[in-house]
Design a protein around this ligand. Structure first.
Ligand SMILES: NC(=O)c1ccc[n+]([C@@H]2O[C@H](COP(=O)([O-])OP(=O)(O)OC[C@H]3O[C@@H](n4cnc5c(N)ncnc54)[C@H](O)[C@@H]3O)[C@@H](O)[C@H]2O)c1
Length: 422
């Protein structure tokens, strides 16, 4: 598993897998490791664990590597991130210290608040992509890996819109050669991975793999892709609560979300251009869940505000507040307040693991391009051009599990259940 950016999320994922392998902790939050899947009728009593039902890579078989603009090894990076306790990190110290970041493809133009020494130089972006491909091949050979997955866990890049250079693979490759400004570092990584036919996930909101050029490449090399932006704290709760309100036809006038966080991610998001990328990603979910075009009396003109405030004392332990102004029978107003004291990377790590394991499964199953069944894990799920994305967490879960049933030749579950009463 190659992770771009060995920061809070990546090191929490890696240290977690090492600790779990040693039996020191449990993979809480991971559907692949803890989830079960019902097969057949409710009367059959068949509910195997997902990792016993589908042939996923085992945690013991994973090797980790990655790139970062800082030179510190994974143990030091995890200490800097300050998510996990020192005692836990010390119990996996040797393994963590052995993972040293490869020099990154990085340009401060796309992440304004960061600069670091461990950065590649090259003639142009094509040359940098070729250096990444050499890194990938070298890693694979060094560790004797059968297969690879690449996950972007790097900082959120500045907001970008799809442009001419993104429209076809030929235009993109010319853009690499010409150092086109519309190709941020994340796209250079995605290109390198997909060129090698390696599954790629984007854990951040930046425009990366969801452009026609990348999808063309993914189709050519039969590589699966997923993203964008992991659904962890506030958005996870939003996509749990909002479908519930809508299911009961309760109206919503406004939804105000604010939070404080003090990690490096918070510092990067303090830059308005990176925040804009995050804001767009966070705001889309409600519109799609509420479908105001179908329910104008309930959800027209919702005032949806999202704020992220960088507040160093909290580190990775984010605190989020949501105020929901809703209304019921005859339009009578009510309020719902949610105060979530969450831990960002603790919620993110199982998503990185699960999406990597499922993408690897997809590759072996011959599924390439956008993996919409992995929408479950993302705030702004990738989707086909003419479709709207599915944001409802429960529909997403049903879709994911039905995809696994389908892959294994099991009957899909519709929840109709008439047969129990006939
Ligand atoms: N933690 C969460 O709950 C969560 C949820 C959704 C999305 N995300 C996103 O995941 C990403 C990682 O979050 P984090 O908390 O680990 O942040 P972090 O700042 O701790 O780590 C990001 C790392 O990426 C490195 N980096 C930046 N650009 C790079 C490049 N071009 N090449 C190689 N390395 C690069 C940085 O040096 C840093 O070490 C962020 O974009 C964040 O917005 C996090």
């Amino acid at each position: 598993m190659l992770l771009v950016g060995l920061g809070a999320v990546s090191t929490t994922t890696i240290a977690g897998v090492f600790a779990i392998r040693k039996g020191l902790a449990k993979p809480i939050g991971s559907l692949t490791q803890m989830g079960t899947i019902r097969l057949g009728k409710r009367t059959e009593g068949r509910s195997p664990r997902i990792n016993e039902f589908v042939p996923l890579a085992q945690l013991d078989d994973i090797v980790f590597g990655g790139w970062d603009i800082f030179e510190e090894d994974c143990y030091a990076a995890a200490r800097t991130a300050g998510v996990l306790e020192r005692s836990l990190l010390d119990s996996v110290r040797d393994e963590m210290e052995s993972i040293k970041p490869m020099p990154a493809v990085f340009d401060q133009r796309y992440v304004k608040r960061l600069s670091g020494p461990n950065v590649k130089t090259g003639k142009n972006k094509r040359d940098l992509a070729e250096q990444l491909i050499a890194d990938i091949r070298g890693f694979k050979a060094r560790h004797g890996c059968d297969r690879l997955v690449v996950v972007w866990c790097g900082s959120t890049e500045v907001f970008m819109k799809e442009g001419a250079v993104h429209q076809s693979l030929a235009a993109f490759e010319q853009g690499l050669e010409a150092n086109d400004e519309a190709i941020p570092s994340s796209m250079v990584y995605a290109y390198a991975a997909l060129k090698e036919g390696i599954p790629f996930a984007n854990a951040a909101p930046n425009l990366t793999a969801d452009i026609p050029a990348m999808l063309e490449l993914a189709a050519q090399t039969k590589a699966p892709v997923a993203g964008n932006d992991m659904k962890t704290g506030q958005t996870l709760i939003k996509t749990v609560i909002a479908p519930g309100l809508k299911a009961r036809m309760l109206g919503v006038r406004g939804w105000y979300s604010t939070n404080i966080l003090g990690n490096r991610d918070g510092e990067v998001l303090d830059d308005p251009e990176s925040f804009k990328t995050k804001e767009e990603s966070k705001k889309s979910a409600l519109d799609y869940i509420f479908q105001p075009q179908l329910y104008p009396d309930l959800y027209n003109d919702i005032s949806h505000v999202v704020r992220i405030n960088y507040y160093p004392p909290r580190g990775d332990n984010k605190e989020g507040w949501d105020n929901i102004d809703l209304f019921g029978w005859l339009g009578y107003p009510m309020q719902l307040k949610i105060n979530f004291l969450c831990r960002d990377s603790i919620l993110a790590a199982p998503i990185v693991l699960d999406s990597a394991l499922f993408l690897d499964l997809a590759k072996r199953a011959g599924m390439s391009g956008i993996q919409e069944w992995l929408s479950f894990y993302f705030k702004a799920p990738m989707h086909a051009k003419d479709l709207y994305p599915e944001h409802d967490l429960f529909i997403q879960l049903m879709k994911l599990k039905n995809t696994l049933r389908h892959l294994m030749g099991e009957e899909l579950i519709t929840h109709l259940g008439r047969e129990y009463y006939d």
